[in-house]
Unconditional design. Sequence first.
Length: 368
Amino acid sequence: MKLAIISTCAISVLLLTACIDAKKTKSWKIKPSAPKGTGLYYIQREVATFVQKNLNSDGTVKFSELIRKSLESLQSDFCQIREEKITETLLYGQACKKGLAKLYQEKKCGDEFCIILTSLNEGVWAKEQVKEFMKAKTDKEAFKQLRNIFNMVMERTCRCGMDLLATFVNCSDSFSGSFLGAFVDKQILDPDFLRMIHGVTESVMGHICAKANGRGKCYTRLFDVLQTLFEWYQVSEGTVRVAGGKPSYDETCAQFDLTKLWGEDYSAEEAKNSISDQLCREDCSRLYKKKLLGCCVRNMANDKVLEKKVRDLGEFIRNNFQDVLSDSDVSYVFQKLVNGYGPVLDLVRNYDCNGGSNKNDKCQKGTI
């Protein structure tokens, strides 16, 4: 658990440390509130380390003056799409700027980069969220705050995400010849690749943004699943405690063999069988159906059109991103995802502990 947390945070630290000006102002010192020995404590400790190294006391990132000025210029340029008249831009392509401005005028979307850059340059929102997260003493408190952020992001994504992506797909030629486009791998700007990304994202968002009976949208269900998996990961890892006391259910229901899920010596089929055996424990099956395998999850797994789009995208990446996949770590993760996709789909589609199949269950779109 510790290694996973530290590795994730270390990547973020390294990315920002490359841009830091050591002469910047006071660091912002904060401490974990969760009890020592809990998973939440280790996460808060890494967040505190990251903040002290990379954020000023006002919540802004310790960028060098040159990078800060560049970000301010970007902010000004992206925020101009909210105005009636826009000026020429070489930063990300005039066609893209016009497309974003049109999108903002029609749907009040397209200013997402303006919002992000404003938050990054001013630091106020980020500081408030970090302070709130560091106050959490239990997983429940931490996830309550994270849920609010997640819901805010997903509401905006469901309303604007596909239009924003379509705008950049349509202006990719303009973007590729711009200043920012010079820093993006040409393969990523390939029209075929962008269309495939758009297709997969459109299908996924169709499920995630669907209405869920009595509980908002399906992304609320997705967050519930992620929270459950985090708790069960801690139980399975066994080296940390869940912040907030023991769960109300039998903890053995949350103990999965993690070595079989990601170990080099186990195939995707073996991992699926291991999970299936655990899911079919008679004393735990009702818990799993309630916590993990609702209709929002099932509907997505049963979408054959989405499956084909994902497989086609995987094949395209395998054939056209050889430089990226030459990295052994990237290649390992990619191969694990490709090999595990089919067995995971099969497990969710046909989860039935009596040897039957649930694929005929009446899961109407938008139900949990």
